[in-house]
Design a protein around this ligand. Structure first.
Ligand SMILES: O=C(O)[C@@H](O)[C@@H](O)[C@H](O)[C@H](O)CO
Ligand SMILES: [Mg+2]
Length: 402
């Protein structure tokens, strides 16, 4: 069997997605997600100019060998662009292999470890009252776990506050919009949100919060400590993680569970965090960390240290990634939770899929492959539209972490 052709499909049903389609000489094809929010076209070029020419004629069943070829053969290893391109190839090849085997992907990974996969949704509001109400709506929808993000008085466009209740899209402008940040104001406000949430809804639901890289290690430790009475499921991205050692300071001061990793692209970004038990959940994803082939290596390494998975699942990860993630989540023994930001109806029409949400859990389908396809004719109707993530500045104008 040979890879006969491959193409990149860029579509923008409300937000941009980059999809790789690999076709074999025996008529079976597979698709993979290559979306890098705000830098999409860099991955399009990486795939079209530097990967696809190498793939033609290769045996698509040699998933591992092709992964090693693309990783080692690039010479310039790692990074979000390279690893997303490798991920797209990897997802497409696993899709092909599962179709050839006539099996849903989770069977090839090792079969079911659970029926349903617990997911969490994104509740947000401009202030505590609105956010409390939004969390109630997610509870009413059946979610067992809810991430809560609130606007903060005195902060312009604080992170995580969307313009709608169910759909939240951070890439909101043709050039980066400027948002504000003030840690002191956030530290004085965020704990009050969770105090109110626990007072209103009790402790039967998991609550999560995303620090979105905004705090220094000492500030993150302070926040984690202040949140302890509210028993969060996790505090995510509490401080930038390039310096993995920074989490040791946070860990020393709080037992609030820590999650990190949505921007990680290989095991090397999280090896020290995991082996030193500095985190509780690893957020790396199928699309961000080189596909299923590498993500399961990260998960297996994490299982040695009782670190569980908590894959990122924002709207900028396409339904193809969500489909693959749910097969991974159905198999992975050290599963923690899966993020689930619903895609819009327009997106779901471009990417027909067999996964479903029911009573706070998600279920991958039984279709051979990862269960997601792309409607190419419909995809063509939504041309690429430049969109950037915002940037964040402190009140004195200092560039900060968005
Ligand atoms: O945890 C999350 O869902 C966020 O960190 C993401 O929404 C993130 O802001 C986006 O994926 C960035 O594109
Ligand atoms: Mg996050």
């Amino acid at each position: 069997m040979k890879i006969q052709s491959a193409k990149v499909i860029v579509t923008c049903p409300g937000r941009n997605f980059v999809t790789l389609k690999i076709e074999t000489d025996q008529g079976v094809y597979g698709i993979g997600d290559a979306t890098l929010n705000g830098r999409e076209l860099s991955v399009v070029s990486y795939l079209e100019d530097h990967v696809i020419p190498c793939l033609i004629g290769m045996d698509p069943q040699r998933i591992e060998d092709i992964w090693q070829y693309l990783y080692r053969g690039a010479y310039w290893r790692r990074g979000p662009v390279t690893m997303r391109a490798i991920a797209a190839v990897d997802m497409a090849l696993w899709d092909i292999k599962a179709k050839l085997a006539g099996m849903p992907l989770y069977q090839l990974l090792g079969g079911r470890s659970r029926d349903g996969v617990m997911v969490y949704g994104h509740a947000n509001g401009s202030d505590i009252a609105e956010t409390v109400e939004a969390v109630g709506q997610y509870i009413d929808m059946g979610y067992k776990a809810i991430r809560a993000q609130t606007g903060v008085p005195g902060i312009k466009d604080a992170y995580g506050v969307g313009r709608g209740k169910l759909y939240y899209e951070p890439a909101d402008a043709a050039l980066p919009s400027v948002t504000g940040w003030d840690t002191r104001k956030a530290l004085n406000y965020v704990p009050k949100l969770f105090e109110e949430l626990r007072k209103t809804y009790g402790f039967d639901h998991h609550l999560l919060h995303d620090g979105h890289h905004r705090y220094t290690p000492q500030e993150a430790a302070n926040l984690g400590k202040m949140l302890e009475p509210y028993q969060l499921f996790w505090l995510e991205d509490c401080t930038p993680a390039e310096n993995q050692e920074a989490f040791r300071l946070v860990r020393q001061h709080t037992v609030t569970p820590l999650a990190v990793g949505e921007i990680f692209n290989t095991i090397w970004d999280c090896k020290d965090l995991i082996q030193n038990q500095l985190i509780d959940y690893i957020r790396a994803t199928v699309v961000g960390a080189g596909g299923l082939t590498h993500l399961r290596r990260i998960a297996d390494f994490a299982s040695l240290y009782q670190v569980r998975t908590g894959c990122h699942g924002a709207t900028d990860l396409s339904p193809v990634t969500m489909g693959c993630a749910l097969h991974f989540d159905t198999w992975v023994p050290n599963f923690g939770i899966q993020e689930y930001m619903r895609h819009t109806e327009a997106t779901d029409e471009v990417f027909p899929h067999d996964y479903r949400f029911e009573a706070g859990l998600m279920y991958c389908g039984e279709t051979p492959g990862h269960g997601v396809d792309i409607d190419e004719a419909l995809a063509q109707k939504y041309p690429y539209k430049p969109a950037y993530l915002p940037v964040a500045r402190l009140e004195d104008g200092t560039m900060w972490n968005w």
